[in-house]
Design a protein around this ligand. Structure first.
Ligand SMILES: O=C[C@H](O)[C@H](O)[C@H](O)COP(=O)(O)O
Length: 259
């Protein structure tokens, strides 16, 4: 693991170094990740407040002529809209089934580079695009590092079909009863204050698993979730990340899974 601050990536005013915001850290990690992008690559474009900095940076380098012939594969409609507005040429997995490199944020990262993703509801498309990638660079600020999955008090999201979603929610809660699981259907609050189920880009719902204790064997947990009829995908990204870039108050750390 190396740890450095790149002066090009930090705010112009040096005195601001001690007052970096969380968004500054996200941007620093994202810019570092874009250094891995080369002209001619098919690039998976992640979703969220960290990944959006990477998308902006790629468009900046394209405009400046420092990158050429990039094809972006967006992982959500939000990222699709951002990339289109910035003029990044886009395609999809049907036309480009092999992605050279994907860059995306995460909600949690454990020491083995296993991730939780999907707090923004984009887990399914992200898993498809990042699973098709030769390299998957994860970018986070240091607040995302956890000792074990579920360890930050945030949920592990599961995308489910709307049909009898409460039945599926109950089955998921039962599955992890030993870990003190509470499974909740994700809702959004409308302008009038009423709650409706949050709908993903794929027309599905999300059940969030709040865990009191470690769920143990992650591969076994993954298989058990995916065996439940009604489940589409879950937000544990196990063994997928090839590189982790963490920006913190004391610098940028790069960790390669195989390095
Ligand atoms: O569904 C959302 C995605 O998995 C995001 O990549 C993840 O939630 C991290 O988002 P952020 O960078 O905004 O914390």
């Amino acid at each position: 693991m190396g740890s450095t601050f790149d002066p090009l990536l930090t705010p112009a005013d040096d005195s601001a170094a001690v007052t970096l915001t969380q968004d500054d850290l996200k941007r620093i990690a994202a810019y570092k990740a874009v250094e891995y992008v080369e002209s001619g690559m098919v690039v998976g474009l992640g979703t969220g407040s960290t990944a959006k900095h990477a998308v902006s940076r790629i468009s900046e380098l394209l405009r400046e002529g420092k990158l050429r012939d990039i094809i972006g594969i967006p992982t959500s409609t939000t990222t699709h809209v951002q990339a289109i507005s910035l003029g990044i040429p886009l395609s999809d997995l049907d036309s480009h089934p092999v992605v050279d490199l994907s860059i995306d944020g995460a909600d949690e990262v454990d020491p083995a580079l296993n991730l939780v993703k999907g707090r923004g509801g984009s887990l399914l498309r992200e898993k498809m695009v990042e699973g098709a990638s030769k390299k998957f660079v994860v970018i986070v600020d240091e607040s995302k590092l956890v000792k074990h999955i579920g360890g930050s008090g945030l949920a592990v999201p599961v995308e489910v079909v709307p049909f009898c979603c409460n039945f599926t929610r109950g089955k998921l809660e039962e599955l992890f009863r030993g870990a003190g699981c509470k499974a909740k259907l994700r809702v959004k609050v409308g302008s009038g204050g009423g709650e409706t189920a949050a709908v993903t880009d794929n027309g599905n719902y999300v059940v969030d698993l709040y865990l009191e204790r470690d769920i143990g064997d992650l591969d076994a947990a993954s298989e058990a979730i995916l065996r439940l009829p009604g489940v589409v995908e879950h937000g544990m990204f196990l063994g997928m990340a090839t590189t982790l870039i963490v920006a913190g108050k004391f610098g940028v750390t790069v960790k390669d899974r195989f390095g």
